[in-house]
Design a protein around this ligand. Structure first.
Ligand SMILES: [Zn+2]
Length: 302
């Protein structure tokens, strides 16, 4: 099951208790469904849980049933249809709209005065026109409706509820979306899908931890590369001196450093300093290698 379907299933586990909330949830569903017009209501869903919830929801809100309703055992995309004009008129009337003078949809905030009803409305909108991407892949949650005026009004509603969605358009749909894990998790928490919210935050923490580890590994290997390159340059210089002058030409401390490098070709400067006898500091050893390197004429260095 996709993360979106899981989240919808969790949202559908909320009991349909109060009639006010059932009406508000139906409202959200209709504003975000495939067709909501005086001629027809058509809700298409692939979510099993939502398909089971829809008939109960409409019965509780309006005491009516769908004219076309798939069987409970149906799978895949299913259509719930109402064509009977009196039923559509009754539904529109509940939202303060008139079937005879229908122009475009607007969200009637009068239906959504209670907090419980606002959450129910947004839940309906998400069940009908929403989707959320698996947080393992990326963070994206969206609500898509063909009614642009509705999208603008739901944008205000979400702002009022403390969310800050982004707006865009895709094909003929108006979209509201979130791209941040925290915002998506907060959104689902407020709708009662706490498992989905927790999964999003867990995915975020795991991703951040993986990034930190990767950064650490990259950093370690960059440092290791630097150590190897520095040691290589020192060995080149020592070889040059041995060939041109012989190592005995070096003052004692420089010769000791050169021998230490030859016997420990891959050691870091800090390790070499510890191996020195008598002990020397890392910066002192660094100074000695700089002197050794200065024996090499610039034009013979790469
Ligand atoms: Zn309510």
């Amino acid at each position: 099951m996709s993360f979106s379907s899981q989240t919808k299933a969790e949202l559908c586990s909320a009991k349909i208790e109060k009639k006010c909330c059932a009406v508000a949830e139906c409202y959200g569903v209709l504003m975000y469904c495939n067709t909501y017009s005086p001629a027809e209501i058509r809700i298409i869903t692939a979510s099993d849980a939502f398909a089971l919830r829809l008939p109960k929801l409409f019965r509780k809100a309006f005491s009516l049933s769908f004219d076309v309703q798939p069987s409970e055992s149906a799978a895949g995309k299913r259509s719930f249809i109402i064509k009977e004009r009196s039923k559509i008129a009754q539904i529109m009337d509940a939202f303060g709209a008139d079937i005879e003078n229908h122009i475009s949809h607007h969200v009637n905030f009068g239906v959504l005065e209670e907090d419980c009803c606002r959450s129910a409305f947004v839940r309906g909108a998400f069940l009908s026109g929403g989707s959320v991407t698996d947080p393992e892949k990326r963070y994206h949650m969206e609500l898509a409706t063909p009614h642009h005026s509705v999208s603008r009004e739901v944008y205000s509603l979400l702002l009022d509820m403390g969310f800050s969605p982004k707006e865009t358009k895709r094909a003929s749909n108006a979209l509201l979306y979130f791209k941040q894990a925290d915002a998506i998790a907060d959104f689902f928490t407020s709708l009662g899908a706490c498992t989905a919210a927790m999964n999003i935050m867990t995915a975020k923490v795991e991703k951040e931890m993986r990034n930190t580890i990767t950064r650490q590994i990259n950093c370690d290997s960059a440092n290791a590369d630097k150590t190897v390159m520095a040691a290589q340059a020192q060995l080149d210089a020592i070889r040059y001196i041995a060939r041109e002058f012989g190592l005995d030409a070096l003052p004692e401390p420089l010769k000791d450093a050169a021998l230490l490098r030859i016997t420990n070709p891959e050691a870091s400067l800090a390790d070499l300093a510890q191996l020195s006898y008598p002990p020397v500091s890392k910066s002192c050893l660094n100074h000695r290698f700089k002197k050794i390197m200065s024996f090499v004429p610039q034009d013979s260095q790469e």
